[in-house]
Design a protein. Structure first.
Length: 306
């Protein structure tokens, strides 16, 4: 992953030294498991833990000869541990040490990012990314406040899906153990985790500092002439015993007219004698308003963050 998207914390995780350290951790844990089964002396585990280390320069020297990174790594470790090194990597192969697992978190992040990008459009403008003092948007149009943070997340999500495809291609291996997947994982594992870390931090910042404009939300709702409430009218009619298809067409006629010619759906419904036989003015008035749609907002948030 390029330096631009690599936070220092993730850079350290994917450093060469930390990679070998994780391999060593896995090897020691595997040996401890064998000791629990009585296949490795427990005294040897104590000695291994005390002496286990490696030398990066020595690993590369050995690798230049043997042309196998895991073997070079184990050889370097053995030079520190001594005879007890024979208890490492027992019954294992390189894949057992190196294999990692991928995710679809990036696509969920992109879903949030795309919504922010839409809400920030000039003709919508219901919410937008934080725009700091002195920040500039378009290089040509001073009025623009481009959603660059969310656009960046959308772009990285495309890379992540590409990594997922590469990981799927890694599944079919000859005799379940060829090493053709290794070169792929060396690229996609650090790149994917670093990119995902960057995306998570970026969207956390965007959503935590999101600028929200309730007055614009209200204005946009009112632009529809009340047609956004057509579903509730439909359900109210069905609740009065009218067949769904019949109720649908009763409401659709007015909704399409308002959408095409303008006007107000509530007023159209009030003037429709057939609808009024089932819904009183009070019933129709009760349908209008967004309170119903917000009823479970707090419940949803509690469920998500518990």
């Amino acid at each position: 992953m390029i330096q631009r998207y690599t936070r220092p914390e993730m850079g350290r995780i994917w450093s060469e030294e930390n990679g070998f350290q994780k391999w060593l951790d896995v090897e020691i844990l595997a040996a401890e498991g064998l000791a629990e089964l009585g296949k490795v002396p427990k005294a040897a585990i104590a000695r291994i833990r005390k002496r286990a280390r490696f030398d990066l320069k020595r690993i590369r020297e050995i690798e230049a000869e043997v042309k196998h990174e895991i073997i070079a790594f184990l050889s370097s470790v053995a030079e520190f541990i001594g005879d007890d090194a024979r208890y490492l990597h027992v019954g294992m192969t390189s894949s057992d040490v190196m294999d990692t697992a991928l995710a679809i978190i990036a696509s969920s992040l992109e879903k949030f990012a795309v919504e922010v990008r839409h809400l920030q459009r000039t003709e919508v403008q219901e919410a937008e990314e934080p725009f700091t003092a002195g920040q500039k948007g378009s290089s040509a149009m001073p009025h623009k406040r481009n959603p660059i943070l969310s656009e960046n997340v959308s772009g990285l999500a495309r890379l992540m899906r590409g990594y997922a495809m590469a990981a799927m291609e890694n599944v079919p291996l000859w005799h379940e153990r060829d090493i053709s997947h290794s070169s792929v994982e060396r690229v996609i594992a650090p790149d994917a985790t670093i990119a995902l870390d960057f995306m998570l931090r970026r969207m956390t910042y965007v959503l935590g500092n999101l600028c929200v404009y309730p007055e614009n939300m209200k204005r946009n709702l009112e632009k529809s002439g009340g047609t956004v409430f057509s579903e509730k009218v439909l359900l109210a009619l069905v609740g009065k015993g009218i067949a769904r298809d019949v109720a649908y067409r009763m409401v659709q006629r007015h909704a399409l007219k308002v959408g095409k010619e303008g006007g107000d759906l509530k007023r159209e419904l009030m003037a429709d004698g057939k609808i009024r036989r089932y819904l009183s003015p009070r019933d129709i008035e009760a349908i209008w308003g967004v309170k119903h749609h917000l009823t479970n907002v707090d419940v949803i948030f509690r469920r998500a963050f518990q």
